[in-house]
Design a protein around this ligand. Structure first.
Ligand SMILES: CC(C)(COP(=O)(O)OP(=O)(O)OC[C@H]1O[C@@H](n2cnc3c(N)ncnc32)[C@H](O)[C@@H]1OP(=O)(O)O)[C@@H](O)C(=O)NCCC(=O)NCCS
Length: 191
């Protein structure tokens, strides 16, 4: 479970924030997505991101159909509705490229790495550690699945958030998604 630096990043993340948070597990169920939740996920994408950055319903539907196991959703146990989700695709590629957003055909179930494609929490559920819990559970699950590295792109104002989740800033990305400026971030979860 050690990375190249001899550190288990996921274990450090777990320890630093006393994860998992039992209170959140009482209120939310964490599991892979179901096809019938496609509309909720697509709608949440437009609530969480401006239209130029949001994945279209079509892209989301394709990703859910091809790789439901690469999603982790938090379902409000009271309402049965999605409160947040994290999604990605596994691949043997080692560099993020925007085609991962648009082409779920790039999914390689046995891929050693993960390209994360979206972390979304609905406004009414923010500020309670749900994004952190989703990231922790996702990294733990994929570490157990034998994955090595996890990549994402983020806006400059999210670098600190992801740094606290165990990611390193790799500088300005080649990504031009939505015409914005992005940073590449990387987390080594296994040697
Ligand atoms: C960003 C987002 C996922 C955070 O969800 P959340 O459940 O409120 O986050 P958490 O409560 O788990 O907070 C985790 C940490 O991130 C920080 N954080 C939360 N929202 C943040 C934001 N908008 N900008 C910067 N840091 C943020 C928190 O301060 C917290 O840090 P702490 O350890 O110092 O307390 C949510 O606001 C969202 O969906 N935003 C729109 C979509 C988005 O921007 N996604 C990220 C794309 S790069």
């Amino acid at each position: 479970m050690m990375n190249r630096m001899g550190k288990d990043i996921v274990a450090e993340f777990e320890k630093a924030y006393h994860l998992p948070n039992p209170e959140l597990h009482e209120r939310f169920e964490f599991r892979e997505i179901r096809v019938e939740e496609t509309d909720q996920a697509a709608e949440m994408e437009y609530i969480c991101f401006p239209p130029n950055e949001a994945c279209t319903r079509e892209m989301m539907a394709e990703r859910i159909a091809k790789a439901p196991e690469m999603f982790l959703v938090a379902v409000d146990r009271e309402t049965g509705k999605l409160a947040g989700f994290l999604s990605g695709l596994s691949t043997d590629e080692e560099r993020f490229r925007d085609e991962f957003f648009t082409d779920a055909g790039l999914y390689d179930p046995d891929g050693k790495n993960i390209m994360l494609l979206g972390l979304n929490v609905l406004p009414e559920h923010r500020g309670q550690g749900l994004a952190r819990e989703l990231m922790y559970l996702y990294l733990r699950r994929e570490q157990e699945n034998g994955r090595r590295e996890v990549f994402l792109t983020c806006a400059p104002d999210k670098i600190e958030m992801y740094r606290k989740m165990g990611f390193q800033d790799e500088g300005i990305s080649d990504s031009t998604w939505g015409g914005s400026l992005w940073h590449d971030m990387r987390c080594v979860i296994r040697r």
